[in-house]
Design a protein around this ligand. Structure first.
Ligand SMILES: Cc1cc2nc3c(=O)[nH]c(=O)nc-3n(C[C@H](O)[C@H](O)[C@H](O)COP(=O)(O)OP(=O)(O)OC[C@H]3O[C@@H](n4cnc5c(N)ncnc54)[C@H](O)[C@@H]3O)c2cc1C
Length: 387
């Protein structure tokens, strides 16, 4: 079962594929495919290459500089980007805060921040979680005190992805206390090089430096760094999460990983004990994973098709988040099995074993970030099914 696109969408696909093959910086693809850590300069160059072609803010409405693509084109573009081995676009600017800015920001804020996000020259990080506020995000304690048109920020954000590459952070801060803990939270942007900000690395189990703690000590930002109304940040933060959770679908990447698993499982010569592809149980699970990706693809398409142009898909994004992350983890389990014989060696013409172990370990985090999968099930039960 595969989605069939109109001939003009396939022509568009061929154009995108050719552009990635000929125009996109080859050294960055090579580094990314080899699993090497990208420097801040690599990340900027990668995203600015897309931005220069108008292909970074692919889902933004045309009036804010998006390419005006329909859902099919966006979908095919994402597939081709992952197929080409182009680094995943850092989502915090273009996918997360961008839509919040053009939906709730003032004209001055749009003029100030949207261009740098759209062209890839300015990196962003997301400051939601705190040591005492993860799933129960509304109990956050980060404080922003307003005096004479200036906010003073104090607090501790944690698990801040890509903060080491970012210039700005958008964060949730408590500016007052209401009856409900969701009230009194404001959505504030802060430059990461402001005096009083400290970014500390966290190294995760896969050996990567993707995460950080960000500490704020009497950091000041002008009042116009707050997006929307004071105390209404919870609403904007949830709007943002709709975009974040849908962005986990990454069908092209999953298909590429499945091809890689198949390659590894077939890599040993016929008759070898470990030739996994000949194992009926493994082959059946591999097929099951392929079917799961097809199912995910249909679900994503159904949900995205219902999306009004430029709007957030809202609570239905929780379904995508669960399906996408469980499928990813299932594929990485197969990857681990297939990569086993190659760990510590180069696999013959099939890629590297150690990197696959890191993929497996990194994949465990997918059911945690963006709101854990247990929390997504609660959202589906309450808000989608009305239970
Ligand atoms: C790789 C990675 C990247 C991240 N990037 C960012 C980022 O860039 N910015 C950012 O702000 N945050 C980020 N996070 C943080 C992430 O959003 C939180 O880790 C997540 O929301 C869970 O919060 P917690 O870690 O405090 O776990 P907890 O909330 O303490 O949860 C612990 C366990 O209890 C379960 N649980 C909690 N409450 C309930 C409930 N009501 N019902 C059922 N089960 C429940 C959870 O599902 C989980 O299994 C990232 C996390 C990871 C792992």
């Amino acid at each position: 079962m595969h989605l069939k696109f109109a001939p003009e969408t396939e022509t568009f696909r061929a154009h995108v594929r050719a552009w990635f093959e000929t125009e996109f910086p080859k050294d960055i693809i090579a580094k990314y495919k080899a699993g090497e850590a990208l420097t801040t300069a690599d990340v900027r160059r990668s995203e600015m290459a897309l931005g220069a072609n108008g292909w970074l803010a692919t889902a933004w409405p045309k009036e804010y500089g998006g390419p005006g693509w329909g859902i099919e084109e966006q979908y095919v573009f994402d597939e081709e980007l992952e197929r080409a081995g182009v680094p995943t676009v850092t989502p915090m600017g273009v996918i997360y805060v961008g839509p919040v800015l053009y939906t709730f920001g003032s004209d001055a804020q749009k003029a100030r921040w949207l261009p740098g996000i759209r062209d890839g020259s300015v990196g962003w990080a997301q400051g939601y979680s705190e040591p005492g506020a993860g799933s129960d995000l509304a109990s956050l304690e980060f404080s922003a005190v307003l005096k004479d048109g200036v906010y003073t920020l104090n607090g501790h954000k944690i698990w801040t992805s890509a903060a080491q590459h970012a210039d700005w952070i958008f964060l949730l801060a408590r500016t007052s206390r209401g009856e409900k803990k969701q009230e009194g939270i404001s959505f504030i942007c802060c430059p990461l090089d402001a005096p009083g900000v400290t970014v500390k690395p966290i190294i995760s189990i896969d050996g990567a430096h993707a995460l950080n703690e960000v500490l704020f000590e009497d950091v000041t930002v002008p009042e116009d760094c707050r997006i929307g109304e004071a105390g209404k940040g919870w609403t904007y933060s949830q709007y943002l999460l709709g975009f974040e959770r849908t962005s986990y679908a990454r069908i092209g990447g999953k298909r590429a990983m499945l091809r890689h698993v198949r390659g590894l499982a077939s890599a040993l010569p016929e008759g070898a004990n470990e030739r996994l592809i000949d194992d009926a149980g493994f082959a059946a699970r591999l097929t099951q994973a392929e079917i799961a990706v097809d199912g995910l693809e249909m679900t994503v398409f159904r949900i995205l098709s219902a999306q009004v142009s430029g709007g957030s898909v809202g609570d239905a994004s929780s379904t995508v988040k669960i399906l996408a992350t469980e499928t990813h983890q299932f594929i990485t389990q197969l990857l681990l099995e297939a990569a086993g014989p190659f760990v510590g060696h180069r696999a013959p013409s099939a890629g590297s074993g150690p990197r696959d172990v890191a993929s497996y370990l990194g994949g465990r985090a997918q059911s945690i970030y963006g709101g854990t999968n247990e929390i997504q099930k609660n959202i589906i039960a309450r808000k989608v099914l009305g239970l």
